[in-house]
Write a protein that binds this ligand. Structure first.
Ligand code: TMP
Ligand code: ASP
Length: 244
């Protein structure tokens, strides 16, 4: 297993990706940077990187145990993750179980409305364009992914949602919505990549009725609610308690 990193290949808002001495493995560093609204809002939250790395690692391992392929290989220190090299599609795959966030800004649906079926929204991952919402026709026009692969992506995303909803429910947490990224390994296998953490999910505490207090995810940062790290730590605490 690689333990030291080589050159920096890519730096995003919340993570850095480094080469390793193995051509098919990358090291991902989870940063403490918190950003929202396409980085118009930015802060350093000491410990966030580590929390997201630990939570993502657990969730990837859980998904693997359910037969869902992911890029995860190992944890490599506090906020470092060893992953398979993956060619990631420029898509943000969002699955919504309860209406919140942009869905409620862009439609008349009331926040908190339980959706009869999970809603899958695809966004074009392009910061300069502000990650616009896509249609199947636009995906085809832009040749982002073939229609066969798109169907595979959607099917896998809904499978992940089923597993995660059930998992979070056991922790007394509600998975409101979340964002996935997917890509292809060198063998052409479709895998879940990036991270699955309170940065990329909306998670509500089912033990808490107050509409703000129940929020355990990045909405605490987006909405200036305070207690961001406390929220993330509570998610990790419940995961660890469940798995011990
Ligand atoms: P939205 O309601 O703002 O469209 O967000 C839906 C979900 O996607 C929510 O759980 C947060 C996550 N998300 C990201 O992970 N990255 C992003 O850049 C955005 C906008 C949302
Ligand atoms: N991650 C995005 C940003 O950095 C948006 C968000 O999560 O709200 O701006």
């Amino acid at each position: 297993m690689a333990s030291t990193h080589g050159s920096l290949l890519y730096e995003g808002k919340a993570k850095q990706v480094f080469e390793t001495d193995h051509p098919d493995e990358f090291l991902v560093h989870f940063k403490n940077d918190a950003t929202a609204f396409n980085a118009k809002k930015h802060a350093q939250l000491e410990g966030k990187g580590s929390l997201n790395c630990q939570i993502s690692a657990f969730i990837f391992k859980f998904l693997e145990s359910k037969g869902v392929p992911t890029h995860y290989l190992d944890i490599n220190g506090d906020s470092w993750m060893l992953v398979q090299k993956v060619e990631v599609f420029p898509l943000e795959i969002v699955i919504r179980n309860v209406a919140s966030g942009s869905l409620c800004k862009e439609t008349p649906i009331e926040p908190g409305t339980k959706l009869c079926n999970p809603l899958l929204d695809l966004y074009y991952k392009d910061d300069d364009l502000g990650d616009p919402l896509l249609t199947d026709e636009r995906i085809s026009l832009l040749a982002l992914v073939s229609s066969t692969k798109l169907l595979e992506i959607k099917t896998l995303a809904l499978t992940v949602n089923g597993h995660l909803q059930e998992f979070f429910k056991k922790l007394n947490l509600l998975l409101v919505d979340f964002k996935l990224e997917m890509g292809l390994t060198k063998n052409g296998q479709l895998v879940v990549a990036d991270e699955i953490s309170p940065d990329s999910c909306r998670i509500w505490d089912l033990n808490t009725y107050d509409q703000e207090d129940r929020i355990l995810d990045k909405d605490r940062f987006r909405r200036d609610l305070g207690g961001v790290l406390e929220g993330y730590s509570e998610v990790l605490r419940r995961i660890q308690e469940f798995s011990s």
